[in-house]
Design a protein around this ligand. Structure first.
Ligand SMILES: Nc1ncnc2c1ncn2[C@@H]1O[C@H](COP(=O)(O)OP(=O)(O)OP(=O)(O)O)[C@@H](O)[C@H]1O
Ligand SMILES: [Mg+2]
Length: 222
């Protein structure tokens, strides 16, 4: 298992948002998490992606214990380094840096992780080819379409070969044809890289073609 999460609880004040989530994800699986607005999907994804801390529960990612269920966890620099090297994120908005072109945007997380510039550039070029953007390498985000921007964001999320790619409504801002192309890309990445991916989506079509679909309701998995 790439992800093993047990009994994850999270509250904001008196609002109990996650009520004991158990979840396992296999290597190479594309998992969809669906459910009504407010069900707790983003909160769960942020905890699985180590961006947020649960009040209770355990999380093991690719053999590393992130939270052990008794309050002990990776912290500070160790947590940030783990997240930078082992976790990739794609959000609804691309969050690309406007001053940098496509290759540079993809290279940045590799440089932050301490990889040399030559290796970072090679990996960025390889991933931009895989995501279908070889003809847009020196374009800045403002010179790219929404779908192209999201392809750069996906390449960037993959540049450090993460154990898991987390995507929160990655095609929420796109038209339906572009949406379908990006959906196909997630499965291409599974087939070519063996990429494990967890996608939160309101899109029934995407959820329907994923390897597995989990539905959340009121902080629980149905
Ligand atoms: N930082 C926070 N502080 C307080 N309440 C929060 C916080 N983050 C989320 N919540 C609340 O937790 C609940 C679940 O939010 P979450 O963002 O996980 O839902 P979601 O399933 O992703 O919904 P959507 O489909 O609309 O994105 C909501 O009621 C929300 O208002
Ligand atoms: Mg959400």
């Amino acid at each position: 298992m790439i992800i093993q999460a047990g009994n994850i609880h999270k509250s904001f004040g008196s609002l109990e948002v996650l009520k004991g989530i158990d979840l396992e994800v296999r290597k190479g699986e594309v998992l969809a998490i669906v459910g009504a607005s407010g069900a707790g999907k983003t909160t769960l994804l942020q905890i699985l992606g180590t961006l947020a801390t649960p009040d209770e529960g355990s999380l093991v990612i690719d053999g590393t214990t992130v939270f052990d269920g008794s309050g002990r966890s990776l912290k500070g620099d160790a947590l940030a380094a783990f997240r930078g090297r082992r976790i990739g994120f794609v959000f609804q908005a691309h969050h690309l840096l406007p001053e940098f072109n496509a290759v540079e945007n993809v290279m940045i997380p590799a440089l932050i992780a301490g990889r040399g510039e030559t290796a970072a550039r090679e990996d960025a070029l390889r991933l931009l080819e895989l995501t279908g953007l070889s003809h847009r390498l020196s374009h800045k985000p403002s010179e790219l379409s929404g779908g192209e921007q999201q392809r750069v964001a996906i390449a960037r999320a993959l540049v450090n070969s993460p154990a898991v790619l987390f995507a929160d409504e990655p095609t929420g801002n796109l038209d339906s044809a572009t949406k379908q192309e990006i959906h196909r890309l997630f499965f291409d990445l599974r087939d070519t890289l063996g990429q494990t991916t967890v996608i939160v989506t309101h899109d029934p079509e995407l959820a329907g073609i994923c390897d597995r679909r989990l539905e959340m309701k009121d902080g629980c998995i149905l």
